[in-house]
Design a protein around this ligand. Structure first.
Ligand SMILES: [Ca+2]
Ligand SMILES: [Ca+2]
Length: 438
């Protein structure tokens, strides 16, 4: 192409020179020169146009060549990377082995991830990153055992073998001195004591002493076994709390105890409320209602409210209904039609928000039902009322309550017909919150 352009320009110059020579040689008139110059201009324009056209064609060709050179070969279907296995003591997330897909790795508690957390199947049908493994975390690295104790690494935890004179999960507690003192009066030690004699054997000149279960050699004297204080040892141990409520150390063992109003469960660790109302362990009178609560019980008797213009009669132990109103006594007909009383027993620090009670209209009359929360500041601090469907209102606990406490809330349900009140129904809810969260 460059040759073509050069050639065109040479040709053009030749013609200009020829025309110029011709004009000079013949000393042509001015008109002739002008005519010749016009011809040259025309020629120049024609050549310019053809030159530009050639350039355009060339550019097109180059573009075509470029695009065909960069176009990727079509991707082979079913192109997958080799299968990756989940690491031992860990998991693999993601199953696809196709190009562009990712898999992720997680390790079980107590293990740390080595290698790549995520790997991508690449175009080359190999996985990015490095082989993943889950390695046991060595809890002993931080030297948690004090006072010369030896650390034993376990999965997700460690234990300390304390040197003589120390005890506790991290060997932080010095031994009680009485253990050593009691050694001298060993013969007096009997069953039920905190110190017991050890059982020693002489093997190949070395003395080896062992203790009964629940006892260990603490002092310098290997003849003395001292009771292990399991309550102290596992107080905040990795094994979790030994007892739900309280731990009592005993010679050779321990036991759990529960607060008054609770019984120890069969597993010996947890506490279960005693239902005093069901087991007749209550002192409620015949007129009273027994309400079981966590850790106790209540003897209650519903008294119908005394309000002006209306009178109420008890229709059940937990319900009062308005007596019929005199004709045209508006104040009476506007008073609540009924009062219902409900008692709830809950544990301390119950998670919130939570629906505590539902109030429903069985056979709603009128065109509108309205639910609202009555009661003072205390009720509004802990509760809210919301509608769950057309005929039901819910009393919600909005924040956890620290016991022991007694909370009261009233839910008012109003039936309306064209904004005129047809009926009002009050539900009083009393919530007994226990001292403990079990
Ligand atoms: Ca013990
Ligand atoms: Ca109880």
């Amino acid at each position: 192409m460059q040759d073509g352009a050069e050639c065109a320009i040479k040709l053009l110059l030749n013609q200009i020179v020829t025309v110029g020579k011709h004009a000079l040689q013949d000393c042509a008139s001015r008109q002739e020169i002008q005519g010749s110059l016009k011809q040259v201009q025309k020629l120049l324009s024609a050549h310019e146009a053809s030159y530009l056209q050639s350039l355009r064609n060339l550019r097109k060709k180059i573009n075509l060549m470029q695009s065909s050179a960069t176009k990727q070969p079509p991707r082979a279907t079913n192109s997958t990377c080799p299968k990756l296995e989940a690491p031992a003591n860990g998991r693999k997330l993601g199953k696809s082995q196709s190009v562009g897909h990712e898999v992720h790795f997680l390790c079980d508690p107590g293990y740390e991830l080595v290698g790549s957390e995520s790997r991508v199947c690449q175009e080359s049908l190999t996985w990015s990153g490095q082989q993943t493994a889950c390695r046991d975390i060595n809890e002993c690295v931080s030297s948690p055992c004090l006072n010369g104790g030896t650390c034993v690494d376990e999965v997700n935890q460690f234990s300390c073998v304390c040197s003589k004179g120390w005890s506790g999960p991290t060997c932080q507690t010095p031994l009680p001195t009485y253990a050593a003192a009691a050694a001298s009066t060993l013969p007096a030690a009997t069953a039920g004591s905190h110190v017991r004699p050890s059982r020693c054997t002489l093997t190949q000149g070395a003395t080896h002493c062992t203790c009964e279960p629940g006892y260990t050699i603490l002092g310098r004297d290997s003849n003395v076994c001292t009771d292990i204080d399991e309550c102290e040892l596992f107080h905040n141990g990795q094994a979790g709390r030994l007892c739900l409520h309280a731990c009592v150390n005993t010679p050779g063992g321990y036991r759990c105890s529960c607060p008054a109003g609770y019984n120890l469960t069969r597993d010996g660790r947890s506490c279960k409320d005693i239902d005093e109302c069901a087991t007749r362990q209550n002192n409620c009178t015949k007129d009273q209602m027994c309400v079981n609560t966590h850790g106790g019980f209540q003897c209650l008797c519903v008294e119908c409210p005394k309000i002006p213009h209306a009178t109420y009669v008890k229709t059940s132990p937990i319900r009062c209904e308005r007596n019929p109103c005199p004709v045209d006594n508006r104040a009476c007909s506007q008073a609540p039609n009924s009062f219902s009383y409900h008692y709830l027993a809950v544990v301390s620090n119950l998670s919130a928000p939570r629906v505590m009670f539902r109030v429903s209209a069985l056979r709603p009359i009128g065109d509108t039902l309205r639910f609202s929360l009555l009661g003072g500041k205390q009720a509004r601090r802990h509760f809210t009322v919301q509608r769950s469907d057309r005929v039901t209102g819910e009393l919600m606990l909005v924040s956890p309550v620290q016991g022991p406490a007694t909370l009261e809330a009233e839910v008012e349900m109003t039936e309306l017909e064209r904004r005129a009140q047809l009926g009002r129904y009050i539900t009083k809810v009393t919530m007994f919150v226990s001292q403990y969260d079990f």
